[in-house]
Design a protein around this ligand. Structure first.
Ligand code: HEM
Length: 466
């Protein structure tokens, strides 16, 4: 563990040392002021969560100003109960409310109840497993074009920031497959707006309402809102063009042709908010998974060898055939083990709508319950030697959805799971057919960027030709 992580671990332990026996009879949690808990949770989530587990075990109440107390579980039985609860008992949209100012009030992530179900029903078909083939060639071509520009040399070429590159790939994949944009001036304009807007959101303080203040066009939040408006104008032009010139096999075209149960099409505002949601939920998450996977491969040469052997045996040396990418069980296991050991999203939340018993504890309406992906995935009770990177844990084995849930669960489970895993396999296969990652830094820390846990500094790395 590097010095910064050790210091962060010590600070988090100090923060949670004393327990709070709460007046509302919630399970104990850190006594530190809610503001201190919030900053620790936002800025050093790993050390904070580990310290909570050491001090309180598998259930802890975390307090953050401005939102309900969070009773966080890391016990699989409790996770099962949370995922099984109906949308009359728990609301995920309410727990995600902090994202509303980014994504808009029609976003599937923000809605609950019948409005959520209706929106989710329209979004699901384009993400079904059988649709993936339509996106595979774009994923491969975009990766090939990006990788051709990466520096390389025997022993490792010039180092570069990997997260920046994986993010450029996954952003272009969304622009092509979801927005249906081809290379050209329109795509460049949209990409530039999105990159500038999303860079502002990287700072996790914008997950706190207090910092979401429009103090004019020069303030970060004010700049973000103006970029978002400009992005919406580009989306309107794109939608008008699709309606005028005909639909393609992109996801936007499918959404424009879909109708709610009462026969009405999605409104322009719904289209905006869902496009932005798919972009925000779908590109940085996948890019982060890819960055961690390449990091793990650079530090586990025997795993890298086995991936390469599988690629050679199943794909030969030619261009990647997206259909054959389904038949790469070891690479698939590498992606899954990476998302176990480095969950991109550390936890999920739900707000209780009525008094509910979870994990044997009676909880009142209004509190939030959380399931800690981070802690369950690193629990030695379920994952022997949890720090060890071992893809064979997933070879011919399907873990329980309550001990392994990088994509959440229940009726709010990520709709992009098949898309993300398919994209990870195609991008990794395309890179590893030609290149080998070489670690360029000794210690890599986790850092929160908006809602994701990414490698600090975006992971400097080197590449060598195979
Ligand atoms: C490695 C990549 C990804 C990870 C780790 C991930 C993880 C998650 C998690 C943890 C949730 C919350 C689930 C819950 O509350 O139970 C979620 C929701 C969601 N994700 Fe993903 N995701 C990824 C990629 C994608 C992609 C590629 C898309 C689409 C392009 C996507 C779209 C969504 C949407 C729309 C939701 C909201 C679902 C709802 O509320 O009904 N995600 N994701």
């Amino acid at each position: 563990m590097d010095l910064v992580t050790t210091v962060a671990d010590r600070a988090a332990r100090r923060l949670v040392r004393w327990e709070q026996q709460t007046p509302d009879a919630l399970p104990p949690g850190p006594l530190a002021p809610p503001k201190a808990q919030m900053f620790s949770f936002l800025l050093t989530p790993g050390p904070f969560l580990r310290a909570c587990r050491e001090r309180f075990g598998k259930v802890v109440t975390i307090r953050i100003p401005g939102i309900p107390p969070i009773v966080q579980f890391s016990e699989p039985d409790a996770v099962r109960e949370v995922f099984a609860a109906s949308d009359e008992t728990v609301h995920a949209g309410e727990a995600n409310a902090v994202l509303e100012p980014f994504l808009g009030s029609y976003s599937v992530l923000i809605l609950d109840g019948p409005r959520h179900r209706s929106q989710r029903r329209l979004l699901l078909p384009p993400f079904r497993g059988d649709r993936m083939r339509a996106y595979g060639e774009a994923m491969r071509d975009i990766t090939e074009a990006a990788v051709a520009k990466w520096p390389r040399a025997p022993g490792g070429g010039e180092r570069f920031v990997l997260q920046r590159e994986t993010q450029a790939i996954t952003l272009d994949v969304i622009l092509r497959t979801v927005f249906g944009m081809e290379d050209g001036a329109d795509q460049d304009r949209m990409r530039a707006l999105l990159v500038r807007g999303l860079r502002i959101l990287d700072n996790p303080v914008f997950l706190v309402r207090t910092f979401q203040k429009d103090l004019g066009p020069l303030s970060p939040w004010g700049r973000f809102l103006r970029l978002r408006e400009a992005g919406f104008r580009e989306m309107d032009a794109l939608v008008a063009r699709r309606r005028r010139e005909g639909f393609g096999d992109d996801i936007l075209s499918m959404l424009l042709q879909a109708t709610h149960e009462d026969g009405t099409p999605m409104s322009d505002a719904e289209i905006h908010d869902e496009l932005l949601t798919l972009l925000v939920a779908g590109h940085e998450t996948t890019a982060t998974g890819l960055t961690w996977a390449l990091h793990d491969l650079s530090t586990h040469p025997q795993v890298l060898r086995r991936v390469q052997e599988e690629l050679d045996a199943r794909l030969g040396g030619g261009p990647i055939d997206p259909d054959k990418v389904r038949e790469l069980p070891y690479l698939d296991a590498v992606c899954k083990e990476t998302l176990r050991i480095h969950p991109v999203i550390p936890g999920i939340g739900r707000v209780l709508q009525k008094p509910t018993r979870i994990g044997g504890i009676d909880l009142p309406a209004g509190v939030a319950v959380g399931c800690s992906i981070y802690l369950v995935h690193s629990d030695p009770d379920t994952w022997p030697d949890p720090e060890r990177y071992d893809p064979t844990r997933f070879l011919d084995k399907k873990p329980s959805p309550y001990t392994y849930f990088p994509f959440g669960g229940g009726m709010r489970r990520c709709i992009g799971e098949a898309f993300a895993l398919y994209e990870m396999r195609i991008v990794l296969a395309t890179i590893l057919q030609k290149l080998e990652p070489v670690a360029a830094v000794k210690h890599v820390r986790e850092q929160r960027r908006n809602i994701t846990l990414t490698p600090a500094g975006g992971l400097p790395i080197r590449m060598q030709p195979r």
